[in-house]
Design a protein around this ligand. Structure first.
Ligand code: PMP
Length: 346
């Protein structure tokens, strides 16, 4: 890996970040806060939240097995994705390399930040082609985007191939593990010590069933987390979100129950879909969704919509011709989908 200084944009290196009123206050026992131009009424919403969300990070640290200094929290993973461009990529000069197909926000954020985005196709079986990926890298490549399990294909990338990229590439490697709770592979956040160029993304939007609170996590070296914190909005995670997350973390039983139910449903739904006459293939899944290749996918998609069922039509995505991406729902929802598909054409 190149020295982090060299990978970081010059203006970010020299940036003086916004100093919050309470950053200056290091004393204890203060009772009177007249420093931040807040309204003294309407507690607790009148006060600015902790810019570094320390209480939440301490609790998260226990659950995720990552030290608090190595955790960045943002307004969804999408904030971390955007910040990674803003910290490392010089617009119109630097580039990033990503797998294809994959989660669409990596490209959108590249376009917004005016950074060249190089897409390297996965193998036909959706496995990572690390040779092709590394061949697309040049001296101006700052970031490689990997997503495992990958959206929309549903498979986890082989650890060996990911490690090869981590060891061979001179810049930042992001492994988006938004869906890693749905398999038993060792998560990459457990290997931050081995890979100083690694950023792992996690989210509260999937297993943690809290997409509406907008809370995403990035795990990385303390130095990288420091850079993300330097560039973020001072109060990027609001207190309602923080409190909701803390409440959730106090009740892990729910999470475990949801995981067990969804995995059981996944193991029932995949073979049932595979048996349908309209189904050409179902791809195995390490996530809470899967890809199914369907005869006349556009037509079937519309038929489902007409029956009040929405899946994701990925037909126009590279390597995914005729593919629908199906999220695992409740047993009732999955049965509704199966019932509608079995009635299709009758
Ligand atoms: N990463 C991946 C791979 C995703 O599929 C999604 C959501 N579809 C996200 C990140 C977005 O996460 P968040 O809701 O935390 O912004």
């Amino acid at each position: 890996m190149l020295p982090l200084q060299e990978l970081t944009r010059k203006n970010v290196r020299s940036l003086t970040p916004y100093s919050c009123a309470r950053d200056d206050f290091k004393g204890r026992n203060a009772k009177v806060f007249l420093d931040a131009n807040e309204n003294p009424y309407n507690a607790p919403y009148n006060r600015y939240p902790d810019p570094l969300q320390q209480e939440l990070k301490a609790k998260l640290s226990v659950v995720k097995g990552v030290r608090p200094e190595r955790i960045f929290l943002g307004n969804g993973s999408d904030e971390a994705i955007d910040l990674i461009y803003r910290v490392f990529c010089e617009p119109r000069i630097d580039n990033v390399v990503a797998i294809a197909p994959t989660y669409g926000m990596y490209r959108v954020a590249a376009d917004i930040n005016d950074v060249e985005y190089r897409a390297v196709p996965l193998h036909e079986d959706f496995s990572l082609d690390s040779d092709a990926l590394l061949a697309a890298v040049d001296t101006r490549t700052k970031v490689v985007w990997l997503c495992s399990p990958n959206n929309p294909t549903g498979n986890a990338l082989e650890r060996e191939a990911v490690e090869r990229v981590l060891l061979s590439f001179h810049g930042i490697v992001v492994v988006d593990e938004a869906y890693s709770d749905f398999n038993d592979y060792r998560p990459f956040r457990a290997d931050l010590d081995r890979f100083p160029n690694l950023i792992v993304l996690n989210t509260f939007s999937k297993l943690w069933a809290s997409a509406a609170i907008r809370l995403g996590m990035a795990f990385a070296s303390e130095e990288i987390v420091g850079l993300l914190n330097k560039v973020k909005y001072p109060y990027n995670v609001n207190d309602l979100t923080t409190q909701a997350a803390i409440k959730l973390l106090a009740d892990l039983q729910h999470i475990n129950l949801w995981r067990a139910t969804l995995l059981k449903e996944r193991s029932h739904l995949l073979p049932a879909i595979a048996e349908l006459p309209i189904c050409k293939a179902v791809y195995s899944s390490d996530a809470n969704f899967f890809l199914a290749r369907i005869t006349g996918a556009d037509f079937v998609y519309q038929y489902l919509v007409n029956n009040g069922i929405v899946v994701r039509n990925r037909s126009n995505v590279e390597l995914c011709a005729d593919c629908l991406r199906i999220t695992i729902g409740t047993p009732e929802e999955n049965n509704a989908l199966l019932g509608a598909l079995r009635r299709f054409g009758h």
